[in-house]
Design a protein around this ligand. Structure first.
Ligand SMILES: [Zn+2]
Length: 150
């Protein structure tokens, strides 16, 4: 059996599920750079030696911004595999996004490791998710899966 790089059951739209089933048939990781540049639709906003940042093609419901950071190095799903300079590269883009989009509050999310943590792609990536921060005006929370209850 080919390696499964994505979890179709973790997708959020029928289009994304169909795309992910096709990805698994192809046997190629959708976030390894060569594939990512073919599949991803939104423009790359900035990149450095080891990371790129773009808008998420399928943003979480209700977000003002949903940015996606993708690791450009050798395929892995573990942050602990990265050399220190690659870790710092991520935070350079993190700072750039926050400054460029004048983000005053948000959430920085990175799932890692084996499947089952709610992530749909098993290639190291991270998110900045920005919602409204006025609960009285906008009471519906943004939902982000980070695993399943014990
Ligand atoms: Zn990959």
């Amino acid at each position: 059996m080919k390696e499964q790089y994505v979890d179709p059951i973790e997708t959020r739209t029928p289009e994304q599920k169909a795309q992910y089933e096709e990805i698994n048939r192809s046997g190629k990781c959708p976030f390894c750079l060569e594939q990512f540049s073919k599949i991803h639709k939104s423009e790359i906003l900035r990149e450095n030696n080891s990371w790129l940042v773009t808008k998420n093609d399928t943003p979480y419901k209700g977000t003002i911004y949903h940015f996606l950071f993708v690791y450009k190095g050798k395929h892995t799903s573990n942050f602990s595999d990265l050399p220190n300079e690659d870790r710092l590269d991520l935070f350079e883009l993190y700072d750039w996004i926050n400054q460029t989009y004048k983000i005053k509050s948000g959430a920085f999310v990175m799932r890692y490791g084996e499947s089952g943590n709610g992530s749909s792609v098993r290639h190291l990536h991270a998110h900045i998710v920005v919602g409204q921060n006025d609960k009285l005006k906008n009471p519906e929370p943004i939902k982000v899966k980070v695993g399943y209850q014990k």
